[in-house]
Design a protein around this ligand. Structure first.
Ligand code: ADP
Ligand code: MG
Length: 409
């Protein structure tokens, strides 16, 4: 069902609650990847241009104990947002209470207020993460309407997304719309040839994705750690490579049902120790020794994958080809980035937190059609599941415009 989007709302002069996903990686107080903040700017700028009063909510990290509180303050994110927007962001270090309410009541058109981390409410009985109805209703009471731009959280049913949406007129923001468009269109209606590239650590994380993509894609190229479970299932020695022994039967049955759509690595880069500067060698997949582990795809595999990608019109990529965090084992992932960057007239989409981080870190941010901001959410989408954060938004079709609408429906 089509959902309402930003432009279906009458936002001028209204208090618009916006759920963004500013759950960004922070190392020693510094944001190491601001992709999620950058991608939310379009919605925020639209709303301030249209004279809305913009009230931002986001989570950051997990809050289980008192010690988690200080290190997950959104203050540093509010500062970065201010720089990117070149506009004042009034950060209120509370998730509820008189100071927050006063700040919101005093807002003028086009001003921005940002609440403290919504998950501070988790300390006292997981109110946010369990979609506590009182909390959702309270946050909804602070605004006139709701925009959900947090695709990264859309696979969760929390008070700050589903809870608020159930109380107010609600619509998808630009980023949410973009994510839905790319994943919806690509997966449901792909331009062929459609090639999927899967990698990352584990098969178990991505079983649903493999099964769903087998129905839609022409080819699935498998690299990364998950390839070794498949190789072992085929009877090869994988040494000490990462492997899920309880998934061997499943890997066998996936391969049996794949009708040769699945392409596995033909050579690998192996080492004896899992560390950055460990000595390494390239070997044919049959030549791995008992004390070696594969940490990247080899040059013949890169060539093979390039050949399979030639002429592809749609490519979905999830999961790095190797331990890209170590320079010596980043070659496979880099080559996939390079190959996709040079595909002509193709839609290239990355879903998955680490793959997105790898592509951005390697300098390919602008080279893909879309780099998703949602790790888990993009995986669930690729599995063909519905996302509660999206389902809870108003449908466009039924004309149910919510309170205060004078659009004539
Ligand atoms: P994504 O977040 O893109 O979905 P995953 O979380 O599934 O990806 O996997 C990413 C992790 O997989 C990375 O930290 C990477 O180091 C690891 N990985 C990739 N290849 C291997 C391998 N051969 N052995 C061990 N770990 C691997
Ligand atoms: Mg990951």
């Amino acid at each position: 069902m089509k959902k309402k989007t930003l432009e279906d709302l009458n936002v001028a002069g209204k208090k618009v609650l916006v759920r963004v996903d500013f759950n960004v990686p922070i190392i020693d107080g510094v944001i190491s990847d601001d992709n999620r903040i950058v991608q939310a700017l379009a919605t925020i700028n639209y709303l301030t241009d249209e004279k809305a009063k913009v009230i931002l909510l986001s989570h950051l990290g997990r809050i289980k104990k008192e010690e988690d509180i200080a290190k997950n303050s959104l203050e540093v994110v509010a500062k970065r947002l201010e720089e990117l927007l070149e506009k004042k962001v009034n950060f209120i270090p509370y998730t509820r209470g008189p100071e927050l309410e006063k700040a919101i009541n005093e807002m003028k058109e086009s001003e921005i207020v940002m609440l403290q981390n919504t998950r501070y409410e988790d300390l006292d009985g997981k109110k946010e993460s369990k979609n506590n109805p009182e909390l959702g209703a309270y946050w909804a009471s602070l605004g006139d309407m709701f925009v959900n731009d947090a695709f990264g959280t859309a696979h969760r049913s929390h008070a700050s997304n589903v809870g608020i949406a159930s109380c107010l007129e609600s619509a998808a923001g630009y980023l949410m719309e973009k994510e839905l468009k790319y994943f919806g269109d690509t997966v449901d209606n792909p331009q062929k040839p459609f090639v999927a590239i899967l990698g990352g650590a584990k098969v178990s994380d991505k079983i649903g994705v493999i099964e769903n993509l087998l129905k839609k894609a022409d080819k699935i190229l498998i690299g990364g750690g998950m390839a070794y479970t498949f190789m072992k299932a085929l009877g090869h020695n994988i040494g000490t490579s990462i492997c899920e022994d309880d998934k061997l039967d499943l890997a066998t049955s996936i391969l049996e049902n794949a009708n040769d759509k699945i392409i596995l690595p033909v050579d690998v880069v192996v080492t004896k120790e899992f560390r950055e500067d460990a000595p390494f060698r390239v070997t044919n997949y049959k030549g791995m020794k008992d004390n070696e582990m594969g940490l990247d795809i080899g040059p013949k595999t890169i060539k093979l994958f390039k050949k399979e990608l030639k002429g592809a019109k749609t490519v979905v990529w999830n999961g790095p080809m190797g331990v890209f965090e170590f320079e010596n084992f980043a070659t496979g992932t880099k080559n996939i980035c390079e190959t996709l960057a040079n595909l002509k007239d193709a839609r290239t989409i990355i879903g998955g937190g680490d793959s997105a981080a790898a592509a951005i870190q390697m300098g390919y941010r602008e080279k893909f059609t879309h780099i998703s901001t949602g790790g888990g959410a993009s995986l669930e989408f690729l599995e063909g599941k519905e996302l509660p954060g999206v389902v809870s938004l108003d449908d466009l079709e039924d004309g149910a415009c919510g309170a205060g609408c004078d659009c004539g429906h």
